[in-house]
Design a protein around this ligand. Structure first.
Ligand code: KIV
Ligand code: NA
Length: 269
């Protein structure tokens, strides 16, 4: 048997269990996640999680390419999707195509993700008709944080109808999947029943076709901002704190480096 084949948009759609997705930004994290995940998403959330920005707006295409290359190198089984960052696709379908083609050519990723509903349908159709598989992203759109008026749960009252229209437009335009972020649960459930595209929930519904979380959030490695939808499956922040404290103590006491880490260190008498 040769190397196992990577998941594709097509093979994700054929899964009989919910799509397991996490964000990944680096090769070592991708390597740890890959055996367990169907989809790894190089999210523009890296601006906040890795770079300490207070929104995703300043993330660039070059940043997405560098991290996308790292995640591709660190994985072999999961489908890898890369976010189109703010300002790299909203202007026109042509701009979106150029950015997507650049990202895919330079990373080897098999699909891209972009935020938007009805207003991005023409662009999604333009991409999918030209060989670029697209994952949509509706509900809370972090690149639209300023028009949303903050990171919040969306889809109460009239907003629900608009988001349902967005979901249908994204699916009709040819997106094979869509992330539904931070909505009221019944809305995400209704969208999942209404559209053929795979719905991937984050703060959405257990009925979605898959689930995604930010890796650092679920591992307890990022605590600047913790939305209600984050569940911690690990507490690595505490592990890192303890390991660094032990290292500092060992350096200050000259216990580290010891005989195992040095060549020809004379034994203490
Ligand atoms: O950027 C990101 O991490 C995302 C996921 C949370 C869906 O878009
Ligand atoms: Na994103």
């Amino acid at each position: 048997h040769g190397a196992t084949k990577r998941h594709t948009p097509r093979s994700l759609a054929a899964l009989e269990t919910p799509v397991v997705a996490l964000t990944a930004y680096t090769a070592p994290m991708a390597k740890l996640m890959d055996p367990h995940c169907d989809l790894l998403l190089v999210g523009d959330s890296l601006g906040m999680v890795v770079y300490g920005m207070d929104s995703t707006l300043a993330v660039t295409t070059d940043m997405m390419i560098a991290h996308g290359q790292a995640v591709i190198r660190g994985s072999q089984r999961a489908c890898v999707a890369i976010d189109l960052p703010f300002g790299s696709y909203q202007e026109s379908p042509e701009q979106a195509f150029r950015t997507s083609a650049d990202i895919m050519a330079r990373t080897g990723a098999g699909c891209v993700k972009l935020e938007g509903g009805v207003e991005m349908a023409e662009t999604i159709r333009f991409l999918t008709q030209r060989g670029i598989p697209v994952i949509g992203h509706i509900g809370l759109k972090p690149q639209a944080v300023h028009t949303h008026g903050g990171f919040r749960t969306v889809g109460r009252g009239d907003e629900a109808d608009q988001i349902m229209q967005d979901a249908k437009a994204v699916s009709d335009a040819g997106a094979f999947a869509m992330v539904i972020e931070s909505t009221m649960e019944p809305l995400a459930r209704a969208i999942t029943e209404a559209v053929p595209a795979i719905t991937i929930g984050i703060g959405a519904s257990p009925a979605c076709g898959g689930q995604v979380l930010v890796g650092e959030d679920m591992l307890g490695l990022f605590s600047d901002f913790t939305p209600r939808f984050v569940k911690r499956f690990g507490n690595l922040g505490a592990e890192v704190d303890k390991a660094v404290a032990d290292y500092a103590t060992a350096v200050r006491s000259r216990e580290f480096p010891g005989p195992d880490q040095c060549v020809g260190l004379a034994k203490k008498s």
